[in-house]
Ligand binder design. Structure first.
Ligand code: FAD
Length: 408
């Protein structure tokens, strides 16, 4: 049986939908209107296991795997993509980076609370010079002074940096060592001085879960909160971003489905010249294109997740999944908006702003062009996309490596 249709996966899907319908959908508009971070609801999502799918039980996860994780992302985004804005910070980029590159003590100290939604995560790599060449543009510098580092610089697009308790931040520790001069740190801005996050006004994105410009002025990180050795940071974060791509693809799939479902409902309800607009063949053409693209995206996204669950080389397929799903989300958002006519521009209807999320998934976690370059260079034989598979020396989240280390 196809694991994507298994009883376990369907149970996960039902559980997420029930959670969203009872705990999130009724309250999220209120959080948006107040511009209030839904910390309490994130705690409930953590307690329900929505962030821990890929992590072993020994660190507070549910060990269900990447397929379950993308289905969770898909259904959360389909219900309310605004609330799902912090999914990667809680269940992927931040805790994964700690799991991949931290000591067993760091993992046990920080990961379970992130997965439980008790602490709010963050991962800040990008700077204003350009995210597609994140390493080349990374100027934020960490200076060691005895038992602490003092970090100074400016980060861009640091999502949840205005709320985070425990995040990951990449800074340079050597200006002359290229990628090997980048180090990853566990940061705790509520505990140490020198951190100022300013939310960025965004078109069509959440007013409650924000992305930020982050100013660091001698921000303090104890040496014990460094991840790995100095210079390991870029290698660790590249591994993290690959996994993050598949979960972002799951969210894009959820947005595409939300647009499709709203468009179908509206096309059946909206009457023109005595018949529903769904009877018009050009509307049917749009509906058909959306349906086909969603099925194709779903096949790619689930395949990528299943390959990751089997610990197979999956960088290339993850790039394809993210590219296709975000492209599909953009297309579906555009068509849904047009099917709604003028109402597609009214804030009251979510198709008016879902396009912004489709655009975000097209760009964030590695832009569409960057994914295409990776796919094409692999196809042309210039650079094998999965050349690092199994060679990073980092832990595998799908194995219980940290627990095994404790036993040894
Ligand atoms: C809402 C939001 C939240 C975000 N959250 C985070 C976060 O939490 N943490 C974090 O670290 N980052 C975050 N990001 C940053 C995100 O990952 C970057 O926006 C992304 O990597 C692209 O970088 P850029 O925006 O600087 O675009 P650029 O890198 O400047 O790219 C501009 C354009 O050039 C294209 N391009 C780049 N290189 C090539 C090439 N070789 N050939 C052809 N075209 C190319 C790109 O596709 C893009 O279209 C977030 C971004 C947004 C918008």
């Amino acid at each position: 049986m196809d694991p994507a249709n298994s009883e376990e996966i369907e149970a996960v899907r039902d559980m997420v939908n029930r959670f969203m319908q009872t705990e999130v959908n009724p309250v999220m508009d209120g959080y948006e209107q107040r511009g209030e971070f839904p910390r309490e609801v994130i705690g409930k999502a953590g307690a329900a296991g929505l962030y821990g799918a890929v992590f072993p039980e020994s660190v507070g996860g549910s060990d269900m795997g990447y397929l379950a994780a993308v289905v969770i992302q898909e259904e959360m985004a389909r219900n309310d993509v605004r609330f799902s804005s912090c999914n990667n910070q809680q269940g992927s980029t931040c805790p994964s980076t700690i799991y991949f590159g931290g000591t067993a003590e760091q993992v046990q100290k920080y990961v379970p609370n992130l997965l439980a939604g008790k602490t709010i995560g963050m991962m800040s790599l990008t700077e204003s010079g350009g995210g597609s060449d994140a390493e080349g543009n990374l100027k934020t510098f960490a200076r060691r002074e005895g038992d602490v580092y003092r970090i100074t610089g400016q980060k861009m697009w640091a999502s949840m940096a205005n709320e985070t308790d425990v995040g990951i931040l990449l800074a340079r520790t050597d200006r002359n060592a290229g990628a090997k001069g980048v180090t990853a740190f566990i940061v705790q801005p509520k505990k140490y001085p020198g951190w100022k996050a300013e939310p960025i006004a965004m078109l069509g994105l959440s007013n409650a879960l924000r992305t930020n410009v982050l100013y660091l002025d001698d921000f303090v990180v104890p040496v014990e909160d460094r991840l790995g050795e100095e210079g390991d940071g870029f290698k660790i974060i590249m591994r993290t971003l690959q996994a993050g791509r598949v979960t972002v693809a799951g969210k894009a799939l959820g947005v595409a489905r939300a647009c499709f479902e709203d468009a179908v409902r509206y096309a059946n309800d909206r009457m023109l010249r005595g018949q529903p607009i769904g009877r018009l063949q050009m509307i049917q053409s749009d509906i058909a294109e959306m349906a086909v693209a969603i099925e194709a995206s779903r096949a790619l996204v689930y395949k990528a997740a299943q390959m990751m669950d089997a610990s197979q080389p999956s960088n290339r397929i993850a790039a394809m999944a993210k590219y296709h799903a975000s492209q599909t989300a953009k297309m579906c958002a555009d068509k849904a908006q047009q099917i709604f006519g003028g109402y597609g521009l009214a804030r009251e209807y979510r198709v008016s702003w879902l396009k912004s999320y489709a655009d975000l998934f097209f760009t964030g976690e590695g832009s569409a062009n960057v994914q295409k370059i990776m796919i094409a260079e692999d196809a042309l034989g210039y650079k094998v996309a999965d050349r690092h598979h199994g060679k990073t020396g980092l832990r595998d989240i799908r194995k219980d490596d940290v627990a095994a280390e404790a036993v040894r």
